[in-house]
Design a protein around this ligand. Structure first.
Ligand code: DGJ
Length: 715
């Protein structure tokens, strides 16, 4: 408890947030970052005074402040935090001085505060909760309540995070199918950088995070602040720098016209907007990972090695062929077998069948029991692909219920992958899907659903309400996932969406992993996984080993690269290994074993990335929480201009400990591009963490697109 103050101080895990309750309009965060230590009330009050700007020529008489919900009524002349109206009236709210829930600001704990303010004129109530969790991640949520007698149409309500003036560079991600979370950097100049997603899901091109930092910030260093929105629908993430010397990050839901109309007494709560900060992106991601790992729903068992049938057989569902694949999977050590798309009524290719969630009796005359029994008898879990939100117009369901399809203006939207989207906010649709999947889960020993979503939404209107329905569909989806899990408590669910188009901590609050990308080619995956990993820890990222020739890029790679890149993730195989000979199967088994040996380290440890000066190579690792062990992968991505490539330095180790450094290879010694042995592999070296971080070691000479594992043990 803290005594009454007009300046609040939240502290957790090396982070301080100081909130000035007296700023005109609404409270403002005046510090978010480094822990400031114990501060007295008068020191806090002085911080608030020190933060007050001067009045300047040509400006307003009360200089504007960057509050948690910046508003025009308080002089904010940039993007407001709250926009809405009652048919054009009440468009400019002005809130009273805020109070805590129970009438004062006295009662808050040192990690969380809820503030409530009312605007008597527009008859709106705004409640804001700021929480610093045990990882020092800052959660921001707002609830708007309509206290008036008429409808209030909300256009947007954004969470606003101030960032330091030193943040002069922005980093976010873009992408497309097969290349999600591709990084892009910009100078953070005056103006607004906006990343809107209007795809009904975050989308392959959405930004997983928006980071603002000192110029050139990397993974190892540079003060950086970042936000992520835990929401699986339309969204806006933005950065803005103003001429009034404010710099901010914002995140919130993007609403269509008329999508959110609050009837008298109704409320809307924004998705959880999460803010992390640190010296380098590794520190930023450590807070996300620690916070995610602290959830009670976080998977606690070892992540089962998965054999997925998609790139192995596609739609060729044949019991004998799949049983042979399962046999090969069990032989190499797979623990879960996932039957992908193609098992249900009328689904011989991707043009028909979605919606008809009954086992196809032409392809599976005895139902799924023969394959489920075969898989479980081999000691593996059985998983099944589903795409519940989707419907093909060529399906029994679409013929029976065309009105269940999301649409506008009495016409169906343009198709994507020959499919349309169901309106889950319609209770009849929700009940149908719940009944179908509940029945399948009762009938078969299904431990896992790969829950796919293969198109962007367009004109997503409900025929029940006649209004835009992305928001209500996201909420209904979360409810459906929760209800299935409540009925089948052991069930795990993967969020897949044309690969990695629905990757966010909103969906991960209701599922157990994401499918990172349909591209499992290792060179592409290096970047995709690196930037996904800024927010999502490895154990929640599906990472599979494909065949030697990539189905998405056509490039060929040796097994050590394909498996080495997948090694720290939720590991799997997606390749027809039933056709391989004994030697090839033993090599795969050796990599599966290698993964099983490191998965605890990778799934509990700290992910680190080296900022190498030579961009032709990639060095990344996982370091155990106690600093006693680490595994790094070194990849020669392209040829280097240096030959030999020079030294590499290792981040994340403990400076004062001594480590034994060695190359590891789960299979027979690998071909080397070097013309002589590498000295430190011939004569094992023992170096301090400080020496490894500063002086480093000579990198092995590799051919391009080769990878080596480097084991580091404290002695
Ligand atoms: C897209 C997914 O990302 C793939 O892994 C596969 O499940 C296909 N859909 C099946 O249609």
């Amino acid at each position: 408890m803290q005594s009454r103050s007009e300046t609040l101080h939240l502290r957790s895990a090396g982070t301080s947030v100081v909130i000035d309750l007296t700023t005109p309009g609404f409270p403002a965060i005046i510090h978010w970052g480094e822990d400031l230590g114990e501060l007295s009330q008068s020191q806090l009050a002085d911080m608030a005074i020190a933060a007050r700007p001067q009045r300047v020529s040509g400006g307003l008489d009360t200089p504007s402040r960057l509050t948690l919900v910046p508003l025009e009524s308080a002089g904010w002349q940039n993007e407001p935090g709250l926009v809405g109206s009652r048919h054009g009236h009440d468009f400019s709210p002005a809130f009273d001085a805020p109070e805590a829930h129970n009438g004062t600001v006295d009662e808050f704990d040192a990690t969380s505060v809820t503030l409530r303010a009312v605007d008597k004129c527009t008859q709106l109530e705004l409640e804001t909760t700021l929480t610093l969790d045990g990882a020092g991640l800052l959660h921001q949520q707002h609830t708007l309540t309509n206290l008036g007698p008429t409808d209030y149409e909300l256009q947007h309500l954004l969470a606003t995070f101030p960032v330091p003036q030193s943040a002069r560079e922005l980093l976010d991600t873009t992408g497309r199918h097969l290349r999600e979370r591709s990084p892009q950097r910009h100078t953070f100049t005056t103006g607004r950088h906006v990343r809107d997603s209007r795809r009904g899901r975050p989308g392959a091109d959405s930004t997983l995070f928006l980071a603002a930092g000192t110029p050139g910030f990397g993974f190892e260093r540079g003060l950086v602040h970042a936000v992520h929105l835990a929401w699986s629908g339309n969204q806006r993430v933005a950065a803005e720098r103003t001429v009034g010397a404010h710099a901010l990050l914002q995140a919130g839901e993007l609403l269509s016209p008329g999508e959110l109309i609050l009837a008298p007494g109704e409320s809307y709560t924004t998705p959880d907007a999460l803010g992390s900060w640190g010296d380098g992106l590794t520190a930023v991601s450590a807070r996300f990972h620690e916070s995610v790992r602290a959830r009670t729903s976080h998977p606690s068992s070892s992540r089962p090695v998965t054999l997925n049938t998609w790139e192995a057989v596609y739609f060729d569902h044949d019991l004998d062929r799949l049983a042979r694949l399962a046999d090969a999977g069990a032989r190499v050590g797979a623990e879960r077998f996932v039957l992908d798309d193609g098992w249900f009524h009328g689904r011989r290719d991707d043009t028909a069948g979605l919606g008809d969630w009954f086992v196809d009796n032409e392809v599976w005359p005895d139902g799924l029991a023969p394959i489920v029994d075969h898989v479980t008898a081999l000691g593996m879990q059985f998983g099944l692909w589903v795409e519940p939100e989707m419907i093909n117009t060529d399906s029994e369901l679409a013929r029976a219920h065309p009105e269940w399809i999301l649409q506008a203006g009495g016409r169906l939207p343009i198709e994507g992958r020959q499919q349309q989207v169901l309106d889950l906010s319609n209770p009849a649709v929700f009940d149908y899907l719940l009944e179908r999947f509940d029945a399948l889960l009762r009938q078969y020993a299904i431990a896992y659903l790969k829950w796919d979503h293969n198109r962007d939404l367009l004109e997503a209107g409900s025929t029940v309400t006649g209004r835009a329905a992305v928001h209500s569909n996201v909420l209904a989806l979360y409810e459906l996932l929760d209800e299935l899990k409540a009925r089948h408590p052991e069930l795990e669910i993967e969020s897949c969406a044309s690969g990695g188009a629905r990757v966010d901590l909103g969906i991960l609050a209701h599922t157990d992993r994401i499918w990172t990308s349909d591209c499992i080619e290792p060179i592409e995956r290096l970047t995709i996984q690196k930037y996904t990993n800024v927010v999502i820890p490895y154990e929640l990222m599906g990472a599979h080993v494909g065949g030697p020739r990539s189905h998405s890029t056509g490039r060929q790679h040796e097994l050590s690269l394909r498996a080495g890149v997948a090694l720290p993730g939720h590991f799997g195989i997606e390749w027809d290994i039933s056709r391989l000979d004994d030697a090839e199967l033993s090599d795969i088994a050796a990599w599966v074993d290698a993964h099983k040996r490191v998965r605890e380290l990778a799934h509990t440890g700290r992910a680190v990335y080296a900022d190498l000066p030579d961009e032709s190579a990639d060095l990344r690792g996982v370091v155990a929480r106690d600093g006693g062990h680490a595994l790094f992968t070194y990849t020669q991505v392209t040829t280097s201009t240096s030959y030999p490539p020079g030294t590499i330095t290792f981040p994340g180790l403990e400076d004062d400990r001594t480590y034994r450094v060695s190359l590891a290879s789960p299979t027979a010694p690998l071909e080397s591009a070097g013309q002589s042995p590498l000295a430190w592999t011939e004569h094992p070296v023992h170096l301090t963490g400080r020496a490894l971080r500063t002086t480093g070691i000579q990198a092995p000479v590799l051919f391009p697109e080769q990878l080596r594992l480097i084991d580091i043990f404290a002695i």
